[in-house]
Design a protein around this ligand. Structure first.
Ligand code: MG
Length: 252
């Protein structure tokens, strides 16, 4: 069921979203070679909890053990932080974070280039970031979920890359995953209509190679079937009468 939010509820989500934006910035500035993915998890969890009332949404969500998902190179999403997983120069690492504040969740992700990752990986990050921007720009009232998917898919495929079919963005609010699903593919004017008060996580997951995925035996980590690298960027967005409002972008 779709839960539309009042202006008051969107303001609560915007406050949580600012904490989350700070956590994303911390990942982008402080993740470096030699850290383990558990080090990153602890750094982000500590940052979130340093804000009164803020909690890491992921901890315990469907039984997930940590506060972030950390997914390296061919891992697309849902990597479990581990003291055994060291980040190396040349890796790209997706850091996906959720924040709960006053009963409302927000969700965002970034992919960080660690050291010298090479031209192809830098291009992958750039295309995925621009795909997120294109998806957000399509999140206009009276548009449909399919307009977001079409914008993301069009940008990614014209760059020669692929979007995942197996994982989708989602509504978000008092529950972390709400309706509607927000695929990274689709056709304009198809699917659920975007109405004022809808809050959604838009999250392109882009791979250099085939869109096919595999799940690792840890039951969480999703990787590309062909081991090509993947990137993931995400924002939580409210549909307002004035257009899309990004709730997880750091205020200037
Ligand atoms: Mg999400």
């Amino acid at each position: 069921m779709i839960q539309l939010k009042s202006a008051r509820e969107i303001e609560i989500m915007a406050r949580g979203g600012q904490i989350l934006a700070g956590a994303i910035r911390l990942a982008e500035t402080d993740v470096r070679a030699g850290m383990t993915t558990l080090d990153v998890d602890r750094m982000i969890e500590q940052f979130i909890r340093s804000h009164a009332g803020a909690l890491p949404s992921f901890k315990g969500l469907y039984g997930f053990p940590n506060s972030i998902c950390a997914s390296i190179n061919e891992e697309i999403v849902h990597g479990i932080p581990s003291a055994k997983r060291t980040i190396h120069d040349g890796d790209i690492i997706s850091v996906d974070i959720g924040v709960q504040l006053d009963g409302y969740h927000t969700d965002a992700a970034t992919t960080v280039a660690v050291g010298d990752v090479g031209a192809e990986s830098l291009r992958l990050l750039d295309v995925t970031r621009r795909a997120l921007d294109a998806g957000i720009a399509a999140a206009q009232p009276e548009n449909h979920v399919g307009d977001i998917g079409a914008a993301v898919q069009g940008l990614v495929e014209s760059a020669g890359y692929n979007v995942t079919r197996d994982l989708v963005g989602h509504g978000i609010g008092t529950t972390f995953h709400e309706d509607p699903q927000v695929p990274n593919y689709g056709k304009p004017k198809r699917g659920v209509k975007l109405t004022v008060g809808l809050t959604i996580a838009i999250e392109p997951m882009v791979m250099i190679g085939s869109h096919r995925t595999k799940q690792l035996s840890d039951q969480w980590t999703v990787i590309t079937a062909d081991k090509s690298r993947a990137a993931h960027f995400e924002h939580t967005v409210a549909i307002t009468a004035e257009g899309p409002r990004v709730l997880t972008r750091l205020a200037a």
